[in-house]
Design a protein around this ligand. Structure first.
Ligand code: UTP
Length: 298
């Protein structure tokens, strides 16, 4: 039996340049899909997967993110006084227990691998851990990380979320070289960072959910000492394959939105808006009107 995964790292120290000027003063993770910030979707998914400790790797300018998880007694008092119980419940669901969240700092954005490495002292020496990229929002009946935790309980090793992408898009992703395809799981024999379509070993791309063994952290430690530029998480995972340790790709069931890009964020906004019973009718009528107006104008 593999040990339960109870800690998750959330690397949120990136600059978020694709959302400038908004991200000049607002962390990207606070941008809202309908009425919830991106970080809330990630936290909810982690909680459902049994995560108990939430480790944020932050940087300068991210204090709004730290405040977001504190209790808001004044707001709570006001909502209680006004009898707005639904909103109060909604608000209280965002509070995190004291001590459940830890913040570590990444002084300079030296890459995703480096951000994960910054959290090394928060983990036990022999403990597998999850990594969640809040940019990737995944709508699923069973949350993606929960699916992965269940798969990992069977296989152990390293498990990365994977999804088929169009061949023309492989250069935007880490791509898996497949040794054995078992359906929802694939055994991986290599990982290539952002290959052109003609060099890509498959079209199975790594998405921002990982369950990693402590060895990956040790690899990051080594890479850190030798690296000049960005430190890639992919390299530290690929090293495990070279050592003969298992790395699996997991084809999750669900719809992933790339909320690190403007187009993906807009798509997610439309999809999540249409799913909300309180908004659906008005919003879909508006979308239909807007589309027919645009078609007429063309
Ligand atoms: P991205 O590659 O999306 O970079 O990072 P970014 O800075 O967030 O956004 P753009 O490209 O400038 O618009 C993927 C994830 O890794 C984190 C980011 O916060 C994001 O969640 N990250 C990246 C770090 O925490 N530190 C880094 O040095 C780099």
């Amino acid at each position: 039996m593999t040990r339960k995964v109870t800690k998750a790292i959330f690397p949120v120290a990136g600059l978020g340049t694709r959302f400038l000027p908004a991200t000049k003063s607002i962390p990207k993770e606070i941008l809202t899909l309908v009425d919830r910030p991106l970080i809330q979707y990630a936290i909810d998914e982690a909680r459902e997967a049994g995560i108990k400790e939430f480790i944020f790797v932050t940087s300068r300018g991210k204090s709004a993110l730290e405040d977001y998880f504190d209790d808001a007694p004044e707001l709570e008092r006001t909502l209680k006084k006004k009898g707005k119980q639904d909103l109060l419940n909604e608000l209280q669901n965002t509070n995190m227990d004291s001590g459940a969240i830890a913040y570590v700092r990444q002084n300079r954005p030296q890459g995703l691998g480096h951000a994960v490495w910054c959290a090394r002292r928060m983990l036990g020496t022999n403990e597998s851990f999850a990594v969640i990229l809040t940019d990737d929002v995944i709508a699923a009946d069973k949350p993606c990380l929960q699916q992965m935790v269940e798969a990992h309980a069977e296989t152990g090793g390293n498990v990365v979320a994977a999804m088929e992408v169009p061949h023309s898009k492989t250069s935007s992703y880490g791509i898996l070289d497949i040794a054995e395809d078992m359906g929802s799981m694939v055994k991986v024999k290599g990982m290539v960072e952002k290959p052109d379509a003609d060099k890509a070993p498959s079209n199975l791309a790594v998405i921002g959910r990982y369950i990693l063994t402590p060895e990956v952290m040790k690899n990051l430690n080594k890479i850190k000492q030798g690296a000049g530029g960005e430190i890639q998480l992919t390299d530290a995972i690929a090293e495990e394959i070279v050592k003969g340790n298992p790395v699996y790709g997991f084809r999750f069931r669900g719809q992933r939105y790339d909320c690190g890009s403007k187009a993906g964020f807009l798509q997610a906004t439309v999809a999540f808006g249409l799913q909300r019973p309180d908004l659906r009718d008005e919003f879909s009528a508006y979308l239909q009107d807007a589309l027919s107006l645009q078609t007429a104008a063309e």
